[in-house]
Design a protein around this ligand. Sequence first.
Ligand SMILES: Cc1ncc(COP(=O)(O)O)c(C=O)c1O
Length: 475
Amino acid sequence: MKRAPGGLAPIVAVGRRAGTPLHRQLYAGYRDAILDGRLEAGQRLPSTRALAGELGISRMPVVLAFEQLLAEGYIESRVGSGSFVSPGLAAPPPARSPGGTRRLPPPPLPIASSEPWLAGSGPFRIIQPAVDARLARTWATLLARRARLSSMRQMMYGDPMGLPSLREALADYLRTARSVRCTPDQLMIVSGSQQALALSARTLLAPGDAAWMEEPGFSGARDALALAGARVISVPVDADGLDVGAGISRAPSVRAAYVTPSHQYPLGTIMTAQRRLQLLEWARRAGAWILEDDYDSEYRYDNQPIASLQGLDPDRRVIYIGTFSKVLFPALRVGYLVIPHDLVPRFRRVREALDNSPAPLYQAVLADFLRDGHFARHLRRMRAVYAERRAVLVRALAAAGLRVSGDRAGMHVVLELPRGTRDRELATRAAQHGLWVAPLSACYTGRSRSGLLLGYGSARVQDIPDAVRRLVTLL
Ligand SMILES: Cc1ncc(COP(=O)(O)O)c(C=O)c1O
């Protein structure tokens, strides 16, 4: 059997011993490809000479097949340019199941419209970091150097756990700066913390298992749990962080709990030491796993960084998740998990079933970025940049009589509004005026509070006073 060439030609099998003349085989193959939509109206066909050459047959059967297709109106020929699929030959409707309708499983996720406050970029766009020329320059230099050095290894499949040099550099950083207890063999590099959450949920939960989720909370985490078939139990967050007592009274024995203890998303609360110990103690008794999402706590403004929850856990029940989306840039798509030793083989197996690892080239550049001291310098510089932006924002809001909360870390603050204020409508109107404020109520699944999340990561100092003035006018 021979196959027609790829590119603009469909795969049409022809063979000399098929009992049907070659030109009939080719004719039937092309007619079917046109009718079922593999070849679209207006699409160019290969020349008879090229096709015959590719198939290793004489030109005559190809010419005969094309003449037949032409005669029946499937294709048309344009002088000097070749043969094209005729317009107006619609593909038949897709096959239907016996019931007459296409059967799809019910979606485990709500179908959300794309929210207007996420559509643009500029003042107050939540969780959008500053990407400055200096970072872009350094990144480009390191990337060019690595690309020139590109070895065969970088062109092969990588280790599903991630590039060893990056895992070593990252383990050093996490032990020192985040008090994470880890060795490189526990680290898995993934395409962002969203993938880390989805992977954790699929590895640790069976459909129907229950999991605690912060309320209000990060919808991406809720979605990851739901996609794994989990029963998501909302547990309120108060001034001390996740209310463990409330969780226990709602559902004491669940398989997992999702938390953002270093800077709760979205409220900005920092989980107290007492709550951390209470949560760890509950997890030990319940045999539950804790998913610690540490997404932006490198930026803290009032004191030293708070240690990770994982570092306090003697029982190895915490899966620590981090990302470079906020500390470098989101398009990098690199995040990581620190996995308890005994779970590493399971995570690795699930990972292999889903994908392999982010591009080794980018991982190598990131390892250079960490190793050569660029990351530490970048963090120092950005801490100062964000501290200034935050101070200017808080001052401008205070001058307008508005107080914010959750501003001790990260890159956003919460502006609470009187209960009942329609924050979604406000956010939609703000987006029409080029201000990307996210409504607090969108982070709740039940009874919600009203407010606006104001990101200052990408708001330039000189733009903040005017942006606040425009916001106050809308309020
Ligand atoms: C709390 C939190 N966790 C995780 C993520 C996912 O980040 P990424 O997948 O870009 O690493 C985000 C993104 O905004 C977030 O806000």
